[in-house]
Design a protein around this ligand. Structure first.
Ligand code: ADP
Ligand code: ZN
Ligand code: ZN
Length: 748
């Protein structure tokens, strides 16, 4: 008997405990059990079988403890590779979470249970097909049609037989000649088929010849990829600079040289049209991974990657774990997108950090693409920690739109804002003329949501926390303002602390009101409203976008979700109704988010032949997030922002850890948060700041109260080792059943 150390997949402890089990010598000697194997083990007093993964072979342990024996090896799950085990270990350190939760990110989605059918795929090259029919070796027209059809990818035998009008026996004939192969597989459901059919309808996605700027970037990036060493590069390109074409050509070259490539995009841009473009360019060499897929589809794509059937994958956040053997290139498009951060369950990772970690293990290149990179990423580029490239011009030569800022203070004083309190004179005039010209308009409204602030109608001031420089949030209960960062509270003032005006109000204009106003002003017009209410129905997002793209609607009113990468050439006017509401979000990244959003919104205007116009309405017209966006000037934004980050000790100058407590009983939840907080204060070193417990931004979700403790320290390593020290005294992450605790990090 040999001893092995395993990690249970179901574990709710902070610390990974490696449990020791016995295993027959022969299982190890025959290689049936290796490091990374999934096994079943009896666990607990009732000896229930649990899935575990073997971490150490030949473990030393206390001879006096009676050990149980492993009861079997998993037949369905392939063992983790060395690289995957390294990744899980690094993640466990990076995110202060059990190895088991990291392993869960790496295992394939559940195998489908549905019925299997026959699929047929081409086994010879496209050129070979042409040659066979030209030189007369293939005479049967049905055979030729089948092979021609299969050039576009694998098909279901029954479908193709129906389409061609032949018997399924014909496929066996072709299989005997080894022109095609027939394989049994689970039924692929609609989504992937939809994408395939899209890709057939499209004309071949026209490959652009790279312009000079793109070519220079290409050469530089290829020189990195070619080395097969770890490298990171920020690709900072204005909206419309043609980053997608660049990605495609880099991917193409990577694959041509035998490597694999992974393109990550925000979930919201991963539309069927977008993936269809890729399938169109790369044929059936592409796997797609996103949340609209069913389990069986996900499993199919995952297996294609694992078996080396494809060398390219496109996907959203979790696709970063795609099991490529030979990965040489990872691209994060729109790297600033918040959806790259996983918030729902441990490990609460950022896809960029995972990409970096994987690339280090595999010797691959990571490209972070964005018009508005995260401050943290840009800081690393300035610091020469990572490579930097910029694309300064739009690929189709369309000029960036002119941006005008409307001062709502002045406008109000002059009696200019209309009855609804929404549109300035200028914006209204532009709306009218744009509508008359048959053009389309996009209006951005920041949802009032939960974060109600007090804003002076006269001078635009908000109340900020003196300690955190963060806008305080209004809470009806007790009529108080609360800082969601440090927990400081103060009674809501009756007059503006800055100017003494009594027009100090809780504010917020929603998408619905703006849409209704537009309908009043333009009785015959069609308005599409996009926010979480209207897009939560299945395919809601797609349908609304199609309505707008087809020109059926003249106005699109929405929240941040309308800012993302859509190419509507007929949009020539973009309006941002109340810029202040974004700037005043209680988050240290509020300015960054606002700048990114204004820039992305501005990037929607004038992508076609007619130049675009952008109007930003705001009180804080001197705010650098607004002025920098209006000048299309990232540097202006960055210069201002980085000073504040440094002064207030936010990332990239520090690392922050958020420990969230959630429970049904408010006082009980607070009690645990407070106890943990107290423990940490006792053990704390001088260089760590502990804030809270404070109520979370959303104080109550699904009847669970939420409290938050914030730690700040010089870097991540420092914080996680502090947490490890703390958890030797209290198991801070152990969910007690009543209160759930979670940990997430910002900053390196
Ligand atoms: P980005 O992702 O950088 O915002 P896109 O990739 O969407 O920009 O490209 C913007 C537009 O420019 C697209 O319509 C694309 O087809 C086009 N484009 C890209 N590269 C070229 C090129 N070399 N020449 C002409 N047009 C190009
Ligand atoms: Zn005021
Ligand atoms: Zn504060």
């Amino acid at each position: 008997m040999k001893q092995v150390g395993v990690h249970l997949l179901q574990s709710n402890a902070t610390f990974d405990i490696e449990y020791t089990y016995l295993v027959e010598d022969t299982l190890v000697e025959s290689g049936e059990i290796v490091r990374g194997s999934f096994v079943n083990v009896p666990f607990g007093r009732r000896k229930q079988l649990q899935t575990a993964v073997v971490w150490t072979l030949g473990k030393e342990s206390d001879k006096n403890i009676k050990l149980k024996e492993i009861s079997g090896v998993s037949k369905v799950r392939p063992p983790l590779t060395d690289a995957e085990m390294q990744l899980a270990e690094k993640m466990s350190n990076l995110y202060f979470c059990p190895i088991s939760s990291c392993v869960k990110c790496l295992v394939p989605p559940d195998a489908p249970k549905g019925k299997q059918v026959n699929y047929v795929r081409l086994c010879i090259s496209h050129d070979m097909v042409d040659e066979l029919s030209v030189n007369g070796q293939l005479k049967n027209i049905v055979h030729i049609r089948i092979l021609e059809n299969l050039k576009e990818g694998r098909r279901r035998v029954s479908d193709l037989a129906k389409e061609i009008g032949c018997t399924t026996g014909v496929f066996n004939t072709l299989a005997k000649k080894e022109y095609v192969s027939i394989e049994k597989d689970f039924v692929v459901e609609k989504e992937y088929e939809t994408e395939l059919s899209y890709s057939k309808q499209l004309n071949i996605y026209s490959k652009h010849t790279l312009n000079d700027e793109q070519q220079k970037a290409y050469d530089y990036l290829w020189s990195l990829i070619e080395k097969r060493e770890f490298a990171e590069c920020l690709l900072h390109g204005v909206t419309g600079s043609g980053k997608t074409e660049l990605y495609m050509q880099l991917i193409s070259q990577t694959v041509a040289e035998g490597g694999s490539a992974l393109l990550l995009v925000p979930e919201i841009s991963l539309t069927p049209q977008m993936t269809a473009h890729f399938m169109n360019r790369f044929g059936n060499n592409v796997a797609v991974l996103h949340s609209r897929l069913s389990d069986s589809e996900r499993n199919m794509h995952w297996n294609k990657i694992k078996n080396g059937e494809v060398s390219i994958a496109i996907g959203a956040r979790s696709a970063v774990f795609a099991p490529f053997e030979n990965l040489r290139l990872i691209i994060l498009d729109e790297e600033h997108e918040a959806s790259y951060r996983s918030e729902d369950s441990a490990p609460r990772y950022h896809a960029a950090e995972i990409a970096e970690t994987i690339a280090k293990i595999k010797g691959a290149t990571v490209i972070y693409g964005s018009a508005t990179p995260r401050v943290e990423t840009y800081y690393r580029a300035i610091d020469k920690e990572i490579h930097y490239l910029s694309l300064k011009n739009r690929a189709n030569k369309a000029p960036l739109p002119a941006v005008e800022i409307i001062d709502l203070k002045e406008e109000r004083e002059a009696g200019g804002v209309d009855r609804s309190g929404i549109f300035s004179r200028k914006l209204k005039a532009e709306l009218v003329s744009n509508y008359k010209n048959g053009k389309q308009t996009m209006l951005f409204v920041h949802r009032r949501g939960y974060a109600k602030q007090m804003l002076c109608e006269k001078c635009g001031s908000t109340m900020k926390c003196g300690r955190c420089n963060m806008p305080m949030t209004y809470h009806e209960k007790g009529d108080r303002l609360i800082c969601h960062h440090c927990g400081r509270t103060t009674p809501a003032p009756k007059v503006c602390p800055a100017c003494g005006s009594s027009d100090f109000e809780r504010r917020g204009i929603g998408t619905q009101r703006v849409a209704e106003e537009i309908e009043k002003i333009f009785p015959g017009a069609k308005v599409v409203r996009m926010d979480t209410d209207t897009t939560s129905v299945k395919d809601g997002h797609e349908k609304l976008l199609t309505q707008f793209a087809s020109g059926e609607a003249q106005f699109l009113v929405g929240t941040q979700m309308i800012a993302k990468g859509h190419d509507f050439p007929n949009v020539t006017l973009v309006g941002i109704i109340a810029a202040d509401s974004l700037i005043n979000m209680p988050d240290y990244r509020a300015q960054e988010r606002a700048f990114q959003l204004f820039t992305q919104m501005a990037g929607r205007a004038g992508r076609g032949d007619t130049p675009g116009k952008v109007i930003i309405q705001a009180y804080s017209v001197d705010d650098y997030a607004i002025t920098a966006a209006s000048n299309h000037d990232y540097n202006e934004f960055y210069k201002n922002e980085i000073v504040i980050r440094e002064a207030l000790y936010y990332p990239p100058f520090s690392s922050i850890c958020f420990i969230r407590f959630m429970g049904e009983n408010d006082r009980g939840t607070y009690g645990i948060a407070n106890a943990v907080c107290g423990k940490m204060i006792k053990l704390k070193e001088d260089s760590i700041e502990i804030l809270g417990p404070a109520r979370a931004d959303i104080p109550k979700v699904n009847n669970k109260y939420r409290w938050i403790v914030t730690l700040k320290g010089c870097n991540r390593e420092f914080l996680t080792s502090f947490l490890r020290k703390v958890s030797q005294e209290v198991d801070i992450l152990k969910t007690t059943g009543k209160v759930a605790i979670s940990v997430s990090f910002h900053g390196r």
